[in-house]
Design a protein around this ligand. Sequence first.
Ligand code: FAD
Length: 500
Amino acid sequence: MSWDVLVVGGGSAGCTLAGRLSEDPGRRVLLLEAGSAVSDPAAFPAEVRDVSSLAACDPDGPHTWDVGVELTAGRRTRVGRGRLLGGSSAVNGANHLRATRADLDSWSGWSFDATLPYYVRGERDLDMTGPLHGDAGPVPVVRPAGELRAAVTERFLAAAARTGVPPEIDKNGDRAPGAGLVPANVRRGVRVNAAMAYVLPHLDRPNLTVRGDVTVARVLLDGDRAVGVEGADGERIEAGEVVLSAGSVCTPQLLAHSGIGPPDALRAAGLPVRHERPGVGRGYSDHPSVYLAFPSPDPEGIHPEAPGAQAAVHLDAGADPAGDLEILLFARPFAPGGPCHLMCALQAPESRGAMTFSADPRTPPRLEHRYLASGHDRARMRQVVRRAGELLAAGGLALGPTRTPGGTALDDRDLDAWITAHLGTSAHLCGSARIGPADDPLAVVDPELRVHGLRGLRVVDTSVLPTVPRRGPAATALMLGERAADLLAGRTLAEVARPS
Ligand SMILES: Cc1cc2nc3c(=O)[nH]c(=O)nc-3n(C[C@H](O)[C@H](O)[C@H](O)COP(=O)(O)OP(=O)(O)OC[C@H]3O[C@@H](n4cnc5c(N)ncnc54)[C@H](O)[C@@H]3O)c2cc1C
């Protein structure tokens, strides 16, 4: 059997791409996923389906890649990225927020206007109508309403209004940043992952084959053309076109194992050099974050079918009109009886990270995020933590006794020290194989997502986003899959501004 398109990685973008590509019965599509693959949405384990649970992303658990991260010198953590059909969309927070116009317009060959039709095509927004929203896509999008909205969410939004934050009623609506409810890809308490939306309903298509438990080790190259892949067990599979959708950590690892990357890093890992692309695994960005804990004011608790992250404030604070500061309310305590949290995050950081590749294809690379390396990032982080402290005070919400700095109480030096000691990551890594023109030394793919200098090889996942978007990247990963499907069908960049 030979395949027209072989997609490596059944995650957010890979499932979207495989689902859309196989709509053409004349195109034979193979989707390979390293983790397990179910054939029925009900067969996903409870913690994967249940949006009220964050257990599925445990790096020690069965559904994840365990990715080691050095956030800043001396501060390490681990991130659990999805390793099952559905990928990270099956283990994530289900917040469905689009990139801002400022993000999209800054990516070479991409723009707000060119990508809007693809966000719209994927969605079935159950609350919002109009030209910015879809009503017929496979991904349901809802905001917490009625009994699903926690009382603390109302207090948070009222406090935002009291401290001068303008409302942003539609967070996917291309308006100025402000305070509003977070849209989520959820239906009746179920986290609707990309496999549920794009792949499982179409398993009866004779031209679509999905295989789980296949870890791809490398891309097979014949000169400058990709001709297939080799599995970690030595199986070789040929295809007319290979697409890497293994996510922003494993895709650069796969490129490196195929001899595509920065020569010094490849040699250091004991890998051959076939095609120099210095940007593989370099110059990526992610959102630094810290949590402020406060005792839950909600005696009734939160509805079991409600997403935990309910509302968010996005702020410009005079420095970034698109809003580079995020305060996200987690209305559901992370543990029963525990506190609620505000996550404070930097959405357009200056800091850039780098990867060290592992010699084993089953082991993700080591990541060095270099968070808060710049004075700008440290100052913005202090600003967002202080604003979050003000919000809590305005909402009559007490800070937890020992867990927080007291928001506004600390001077810059002490607050910096507190932030460093509590630093975390939003796990939104993007830009490890980014889009850009061929003469950009860090660009890995062109605007049509083809690896520069090679034929038959594309990257379609969050690796290609030149910068981490100012809102979480999950909705943008789906949009990438949607748009890439039209590009692979041979439509030009100009044509794909008007999707089929
Ligand atoms: C814990 C967590 C919570 C998050 N919460 C949110 C949120 O609420 N909102 C938001 O916007 N963003 C969130 N994100 C980020 C968002 O989910 C990801 O950015 C997005 O899903 C990435 O999509 P992707 O297609 O690039 O990769 P993924 O969805 O990660 O898919 C990659 C797939 O490739 C497979 N794969 C990898 N290597 C191989 C190989 N060698 N062979 C075969 N298959 C392979 C993986 O197993 C995986 O299934 C979260 C991320 C995490 C980890």
